[in-house]
Design a protein around this ligand. Sequence first.
Ligand SMILES: CC(=O)N[C@H]1[C@@H](OP(=O)(O)O)O[C@H](CO)[C@@H](O)[C@@H]1O
Ligand SMILES: [Mg+2]
Length: 557
Amino acid sequence: MNEEQKSLLISSSSHFLPPQGVRLSYGTAGFRADASLLSSTVYRMGILAALRSLKTQAVIGLMITASHNKISDNGVKIADPNGGMLSQHWEPFADALANAPSPQDLVQLINDFVKEGIPFNGVRPAEVILGRDTRPSGDALLKAAKEGIASIVGAIATDMGILTTPQLHWMVRARNMGMKASEEDYFEQLSSSFRCLMDLIPSEKSNRSGPNDKLVVDGANGVGGGNLEVLLKQLNGLSIEIRNYGEDGGVLNEGVGADFVQKEKVVPNGFDSKDVGIRCASLDGDADRLVYFSVTAESNGKIELVDGDKILSLFALFIREQLIILSEEEDAKNSRQAHLGVVQTAYANGASTNYLKQLGLEVNFTPTGVKYLHEKAAEFDIGIYFEANGHGTILFSEDFSGWLVAKTKELSSKSKGSELEKAALRLLAVNKLINQAVGDALSGLLLVEVILQHMGWSIHRWNELYHDLPSRQLKVKVADRTAVVTANAETVVVSPLGLQEAINAETAKHSQGRCFVRPSGTEDVVRVYAEASTQEAADSLANSVAKLVDQFLGCSS
Ligand SMILES: CC(=O)N[C@H]1[C@@H](OP(=O)(O)O)O[C@H](CO)[C@@H](O)[C@@H]1O
Ligand SMILES: [Mg+2]
């Protein structure tokens, strides 16, 4: 690093001193905290994003969002060249950068880090594209990120404005693949592939129109509602009403949104008994999560939740159906056995895992956090991953995508209009529709809608695929949550000693009992998850284990 670069960093970073007495850490999905604490962290992540761009010689993304958390929070995450989360190898550097106490320490840290092969005078300058959600603190934080980027000599920052998190990740991926990457291109790709899937619906199934068939979407008062509206203008065949836009007086994520609906299992604001039976969906504040629900008859605000596990099951069924058609090709020498895999976390409802296994699918488990699920799913020709909370997507390997393109070409000359060709075209359209950078509520919603039409299913028919086991999630405040160490995709506690045995003993008391605990990566709590054959049993198991956690780890003051 030359002197010019060092002095630029010293002078610029002196405007962004870190908050006193707070240690920030790169959690499950980036930094998250009260927005008033974050300008120095975001500034420093601007630096990191520029360095990452130099290192990879590719475009990097920087997103300002705190997703489903309260409006006064904010956060920052980095998108790697493939559009996925920042490589885990860089997380310790991100932590160190965020917490360097003075400009001098910061420069020292960067200087040591770049010695390990970051080409400062490379052919290509650093390039970072930025986006933010609708939080009021976003504008100032975005400026801080830009200052960070500008403190790396020659770096280019492009502000894409207010976006959903998945849009920014999509743009990064598209840019680095040499494809068109504007917001319009995003909408165009989603809408054209959606239309293509609609055109491929078997004719006997495409009769489900009528007033009862509208979808009502809860936009969490975030960025997703408005974007969905833009998208809808480019589509036909879908009747969607959007509520909780954020412009009708509601507060971001307050009593609304996918996280609220999934955890509380009650209707979001703006929904009531008038909506009984209607197919409803809920996005989170930055539109990377999606769940469906319907309001039940003797309601009290209760809902039937159709969560990420069921979206995963629907996607898996549809993909599997197309793969079966393709594998029945008579000319066996040209057929290819695609390796389809699904990936879940321990939070997946046990009934969903059983269902997927019964379909003959390979089910894999990873720790919580999209970065782990995504990495695992990328090992398959087609990998489908979802967290129960509604974050997930489908990944097609490069190799399989190439095969699919060649196959559709071959079939279009050899057997135009055949079932075989339609199956291949459907997979190709899913490959375009689904956001393969990260989970995306908008592209996920379009895929759910078209698959339901393809199957001729109502939300109730879909929900009947299997019955969720009753479950309960609790949070326990402890003195030091990092004292809980887990193994086997977070299903077993290895430390503190004795806790797992105690959990086992409680779990054994309940029919179909399953329970695990883990430290949250985004909140200062230990999470408890319990499942059992009745709601009372799940509640009682969760409560007993929460007490155990408290006993073993001691309550904070
Ligand atoms: C139980 C749960 O929902 N955990 C969430 C939550 O992580 P925790 O590490 O559990 O705080 O936030 C993550 C980021 O949004 C998300 O990936 C994850 O699924
Ligand atoms: Mg989110």
